[in-house]
Ligand binder design. Structure first.
Ligand code: 0WD
Length: 255
């Protein structure tokens, strides 16, 4: 894959275990320029440390808390001014209160529901709205989802509802942005140990289930997911939009 001359925004690197970091490594290897957005200065410092592992400089970074309209507007405006246009965005952001990710879904609080849906699903809409202003022709947006948006998976609870809304958003945004030639897709990743997933109750059991029952009899890693993200961001996927691509050792295809 040669992505020299292309610029992609990567949102959602928390640390070296993040799925977004797997995608950043893939994009960097292909020669792309990356603009990282970070939740706050703590994550910015973290990325500054990690960047040593990459070949490119990727020096331009902006803070962007997706719960703030102003932040998203400012971030993409700054990115547009600095880069002169971008070729795609990876949205790898989600959040739910830890106590909502165990036990029964009926115990979910109204505030917890709103928070999870706001950060994990609505954010894709506002990111798409601001990103399309600076996308180059053929631009592509990719988000991250999980099987828990399609099926009820123990403990995933409100995050499953958020992923269902996110997956539906992918289809509506594909319809909306398709008018301008832009594409919107999601990668549905198998479970991977990260900061976010560490908050999900009995996560070990989920990993074990994949090893036992998925066709490939193993879990996927960040780089495998990152490679699929890179494909959807690239022109190789120019005919694909509104798609949910599973990168999960084939587990989703099993009864
Ligand atoms: O098993 C997994 N890890 C899977 C994750 C399987 C399938 C899908 N996913 C999804 C997640 O739901 C998420 O959408 O992939 C995406 C990335 O998740 P990750 O790589 O597992 O998680 P992590 O490394 O924690 O990065 C997510 C980051 C946040 O980290 P924390 O740990 O602080 O929640 O999303 C960012 C933040 O950097 N984030 C925000 N960014 C901007 N504004 C916000 C916010 N308000 N909240 C969280």
């Amino acid at each position: 894959m040669n992505l020299k001359g292309k610029t992609y925004v990567v949102m959602g690197v928390a640390n070296q275990r993040s799925i977004a970091w797997g995608a950043a490594r893939a994009l960097d290897k292909a020669g792309a320029n990356i603009v990282f957005t970070t939740l706050n200065d703590r994550f910015k410092k973290q990325i500054d440390k990690l960047k040593g592992e990459l070949e490119g400089d990727h020096d331009f970074m902006v803070n962007c808390d997706v719960t703030s309209d102003e932040d998203v507007e400012r971030a993409f405006k700054e990115i547009g001014e600095h880069t002169g246009g971008i070729d795609g965005v990876l949205h790898a952001i989600a959040f739910a209160n830890k106590d909502e990710l165990k036990g029964g879904y009926s115990e979910t609080s109204r505030a917890g529901f709103q928070l999870a849906l706001d950060i994990s699903a609505y954010s894709l809409a506002i990111v798409a709205r601001e990103a399309k202003k600076i996308l180059n022709p053929g631009g592509s947006i990719v988000t991250m989802t999980y099987l828990g948006g399609e099926r009820a998976i123990p403990n995933y609870n409100v995050m499953g509802i958020a992923k269902a809304a996110l997956e539906s958003s992918v289809k509506y945004l594909a319809l909306d942005l398709g008018n301008e030639g832009f594409r919107v897709n999601a990668v549905s990743a198998g479970p991977i140990r990260t900061l976010s997933s560490s908050g999900i109750g009995e996560f070990k059991t989920v990993l074990k289930e994949i090893e036992e029952r998925a066709p490939l009899k193993r879990n996927v890693d960040q780089l495998e997911v990152g490679n699929a993200v890179m494909f959807l961001l690239s022109d190789l996927a120019s005919g694909i939009t509104g798609e949910i691509l599973h990168v999960d050792s084939g587990y989703h295809a099993m009864a």
